[in-house]
Design a protein around this ligand. Sequence first.
Ligand SMILES: O=C(O)c1cc(=O)[nH]c(=O)n1[C@@H]1O[C@H](COP(=O)(O)O)[C@@H](O)[C@H]1O
Length: 289
Amino acid sequence: MTTATFGERLAATTDRYGHLCVGIDPHTYLLERWNLPISAVGAHEFGLRIIDELKGRVGIVKPQVAFYERFGANGYKVLEDVFEAARAAGLLVIADVKRGDVGSTLEAYSEAWLTPGMPLEADAMTLNPYQGFDTLAHPLEMAEEHNKGLFVLAATSNPESASVQTARRVRGSQEGRSVAGGIAARAVLWNRDRFAGRTKGSVGVVIGATVDLELLDIDVEDLATEPDTPILAPGFGHQGAAFEDVRRIFGSSAENVIVTSSRSLLENGLEGLGGAIDSQVKVLREAYK
Ligand SMILES: O=C(O)c1cc(=O)[nH]c(=O)n1[C@@H]1O[C@H](COP(=O)(O)O)[C@@H](O)[C@H]1O
């Protein structure tokens, strides 16, 4: 039996559980609100309790590594446990690491997060392509080899991103596409090349739900051409985008969108988390009807 690609596993997960992905982001103020210590131990408890609460409700988690990394070696140790618990619970794990560097160094990052059997193995990782899309050669090959996924930052949700990502590239004397649009186009091309004949690609892009797609000149329809390009979409909830607008924002690509949500769920405390998840799942179910 051949192993399913990341894109296929992602589609099976969203078919079963819907499009919500819960971000595991143990901010200091959230650890305080959850009555947990501001330490690796607190971040450990936080992650495990969220995973417990998610079982059977949601299919995808996205631990934000920075909140663990700040506790040094202990932070990494407990992150390994959080990944293991998530995997044991049958969740797809997206390591939110946003790595980017020269190609030879990025190879080591991708070995850490994408190699089967490594302590920090995840199903997918986030990558920063702003040293040039071609620096991603190693993670792209490694993801294909191990049936992993990648999410490449294209149009990020933060307001500061526009100054870089809306910039137009110049081709001869012609104004070309936006920087973000160029990144998205490369991901689409990669999927067409490497996943031809499949319905889903495994190389996704990050497009914030808060961005102005017209200004960026990104046509999301291009991402919904088989093999579809998955979209990791932060910006819902705390950053201002409304969950009910997912179809309006992403059009025919909405089927391939992972709706990620962290603070707007986690601010409800452990007692309120289950209810908050259920209500976001319900709103999304309506939006996808
Ligand atoms: O890659 C990401 O997940 C990401 C990309 C982006 O453009 N914007 C963005 O907010 N994120 C991450 O998504 C999460 C958003 O958290 P909330 O705003 O609390 O839902 C954080 O972990 C961010 O690091």
